[in-house]
Design a protein around this ligand. Structure first.
Ligand SMILES: Nc1ncnc2c1ncn2[C@@H]1O[C@H](COP(=O)(O)OP(=O)(O)O)[C@@H](O)[C@H]1O
Ligand SMILES: [Mg+2]
Length: 206
């Protein structure tokens, strides 16, 4: 506020910092509100779960992230099953689950890395795997990453715009759709998140 704006480069620099921080806070508030709303039993009851196309959800989730991955020269590979399987979910929230995990994969993988997103279907279940060749997570941190506000490296997480809410939301939503989430990771090699949901069988639908 005290700046005389005689140094446009400095002013621009600080405006950029302020803008980035404002965006970070906006994301934080958005996530907190969503978490608070979903905690309400009444909201969960209001949620209508419909037959959701798992392939379409994955494609929609990653569409806005392709640019981010390209900027880091990362390869995004997608594997989808032939007959798009369906699960009972809310499409926008299933997309949010997948987008959160894909965003983390991009964020915590250095330049030139690989990110693979697969959807696999058995007769009874649909699973997703999100695999990256990134920094990984230590065995000590693994059990805590689904906790609210937990970040492995607080300085780095802050710099990358994180707030540690993403994975707690993801786990909450996965369980809302009767699913499970597991994680495997090797530091400096990469991480795989696996989701598993009950599949709506084509036979029982008729
Ligand atoms: N794919 C990944 N590779 C390495 N670390 C990860 C990955 N996904 C999540 N993490 C770790 O788990 C923490 C929690 O993730 P999340 O809840 O999404 O918070 P953030 O807002 O920091 O991304 C992250 O801060 C990071 O340390
Ligand atoms: Mg995150």
């Amino acid at each position: 506020m005290d700046d005389d704006f005689s140094q446009p480069d400095d002013s621009r620099h600080f405006a950029t910092v302020i803008y980035r921080e404002a965006q970070r806070m906006s994301r934080l508030i958005h996530d907190l509100l969503q978490l608070a709303r979903l905690d309400e039993k009444s909201c969960q009851q209001q949620l209508t779960l419909t037959d959701t196309d798992c392939n379409a959800a994955l494609q929609a989730a990653i569409a806005p992230l392709r640019k981010q991955a390209a900027e880091k020269d990362q390869t995004l590979t997608i594997h989808l099953p032939q007959n798009a399987p369906k699960i009972k979910a809310a499409q926008d929230l299933l997309e949010q689950i997948l987008r959160n995990l894909a965003e983390n994969a991009i964020k915590y993988t250095p330049e030139h890395g690989n990110i693979t997103l697969s959807c696999l279907a058995s007769s009874t279940h649909v699973s997703y795997q999100i695999t990256d060749t990134g920094i990984g997570i230590s065995t000590a941190d693994l059990p805590r990453i689904f906790d609210r506000f937990y970040r492995v490296d607080k300085a780095r997480a802050r710099q990358s715009g994180g707030n540690g809410i993403g994975l707690s939301l993801v786990k909450f939503l996965v369980e809302l759709f009767d699913g499970t989430i597991t994680v495997q990771s090797i530091p400096d090699q990469g991480t795989t998140f696996t989701l598993n949901f009950p599949r709506i069988s084509e036979a029982t639908k008729q």
